[in-house]
Design a binder for this molecule. Structure first.
Ligand SMILES: [Zn+2]
Length: 250
């Protein structure tokens, strides 16, 4: 026996990412990995502004360590990252994840077991085609190139959502961060500042914000849903569809 570490085999299992269909090999968390997470949670308590960013960066490092292939998880689509994160979590623990939902009618609580394989990817077919938004303002036709919603975009926007609720300005900033560049009259510019993009969005007639809202409605999403009948007879839909909600259950 040369050293103790040789006694521990590295066991990797295959996982296929639901959106890109990329196949990766991942391992469960090690005891040492979880210590870093605990430390980050301790540190984040004293922070206000970049608390979310610190936690997401720690999560990024944690997920990266568990992947055999050399990939940059920052650039993974948010759907693939979320799936990967939950998958690694599920092979790292014995128990299943239980979620509690209340009936809208009688408020009675019911526990459900969350299973990753029950999640579906919505708008999977629109992943590529919906990356551009065209706005027609009078005789001006403006083409906006939109960025993909990657894990990196969530990290970038974590400061915006630091206090958990989205105000009107934060929603504008969130939308603006997705604008990659703008094409008008054959000229393309991707050098706009965040402030310029926000001012542009705020100056749009309300009737013309719709194509942008549609863009966000159509980006691929991970969705978990269970419909059940409560003992009071009311039909209840238990679901998780917001990306931050998936992050908070783990
Ligand atoms: Zn009920």
């Amino acid at each position: 026996m040369k050293n103790l570490l040789e006694l521990i085999p590295e066991i990797y299992v295959p996982v296929t990412l639901p959106l890109s269909k990329k196949e990766l090999h991942v391992r469960a968390y090690k005891h040492g990995d979880t210590k870093h997470v605990l430390r980050a949670h301790e540190e984040s308590k004293d922070r206000k502004k970049d608390k979310g960013k610190l936690l997401l960066s720690t999560l990024e490092q944690l997920v990266s360590k568990c992947i055999k292939e050399p990939i940059y998880v920052h650039d993974l689509n948010i759907v693939d990252f979320t799936y990967l994160m939950i998958y690694i979590n599920s092979i790292s623990k014995e128990s299943s994840t239980e979620l509690v939902f209340s009936c809208d009618e009688c408020k009675k609580k019911q526990t459900h077991v969350f299973k990753l394989e029950e999640c579906v990817v919505e708008n999977e077919d629109k992943a590529e085609s919906s990356r551009n938004v065209t706005l027609t303002l009078g005789s001006n036709v403006i083409d906006i190139a939109m960025r993909e919603y990657t894990f990196g975009m969530l990290v970038e926007n974590s400061v915006i959502f630091s206090d958990g609720k989205k105000t009107g300005n934060e929603m504008t900033e969130f939308m603006a961060s997705f604008i990659e560049g703008v094409e008008f009259n054959g000229e393309y510019n991707d050098k706009w500042t965040m402030q310029e993009k926000c001012e542009f969005l705020d100056a749009l007639p309300v009737t013309h914000i719709q194509p942008l809202s549609d863009h966000f409605d159509n980006i691929p999403k991970l969705h978990w849903k269970k419909e059940y009948e409560c003992s009071c007879g009311h039909s209840v839909v238990a679901e998780i569809k917001e990306i931050l909600d998936f992050f908070s259950i783990y």
